[in-house]
Design a protein around this ligand. Sequence first.
Ligand code: C2E
Ligand code: CA
Ligand code: CA
Ligand code: CA
Length: 279
Amino acid sequence: AKEGGKDSYRLFTSEMNDSVQRRLRLEYHLVWALSRGEFSVVYQPLYDLKTNRISGAEALLRWNNDELGAVPPSEFIPIAEQSNLIYEIGKFVLDTAMNDFSELKNREGDLLHLAVNISPQQVRQSHFVEDFMATLEKQGFAPNRLELEVTEGLLLSNQPNVKEMLHKLHDLGTELSMDDFGTGYSSLSYLLQFPFDALKIDREFVDGITDVELNEALATAVISMAQGLKIKTVAEGVETEEQLEMLKSKGCDLAQGYYLSRPLDIDGLKTLLGEMGGE
Ligand code: C2E
Ligand code: CA
Ligand code: CA
Ligand code: CA
């Protein structure tokens, strides 16, 4: 919301040219980024709060360009979505992450789960499910090791085939997570309408959970509601031990955040798993 505010302010200032120019530069470089090998994928571990084990990780895209430096996904993903580049970029993320994770296990020897963010624009492609299945097959990757994270934007699009697509993916055994839960509208009704296996409690609520009463109440309500619906809860953006303990006490299933681990490149993740006695 902060970024949006800044952007709308800019429209009314002489900085407009700067932001338009920045956008054009990004778009220009984004077109070449994939073929120039400028993208990479990092992984942030997901901790199972019941067993204290790393059960999976979320794939997060990184873009490093010689001229622009490191551009954050919050800046380039929306441009990639608007220019339809997201489809090929999304394929790259799925392909890279499945390849990195093919044999990856935690110290108990369980294969790690892989969570991948999917843009509404990707799922709206009529051949998304077929392409996804082809990638699974090519990589020899079990569909039930994958969790696709989608935001409400997809469900809001109100296209009749979205529901069908989500059911197809779910029928394959792939898990569906609702990302950024609590930040949009009527999230509850979406949980009932679509086959979600998990919801991710947005960082905004986790952030204030130990000092803002409303956030604590919200987190409690969301977790108990999810339990009632037999949907797993994942807390994102856990930065302190207090937050972690609070979430555990409320019965939250999984957690992710800087307190537990920053996003790591694949070697860093392997080292972390190794340090825990794995591999
Ligand atoms: P997200 O899906 O909500 O991902 C979580 C973001 O929170 C990540 O930012 C992660 O680095 C950050 N984060 C994790 N733990 C903490 C913490 O304890 N504190 C704080 N302050 N931040 C934390 P990142 O990597 O910059 O990604 C931002 C967003 O960009 C993601 O939000 C997601 O919406 C999008 N994104 C990233 N990779 C992809 C991708 O491959 N495909 C698509 N479609 N979107 C992506
Ligand atoms: Ca996510
Ligand atoms: Ca999220
Ligand atoms: Ca978020």
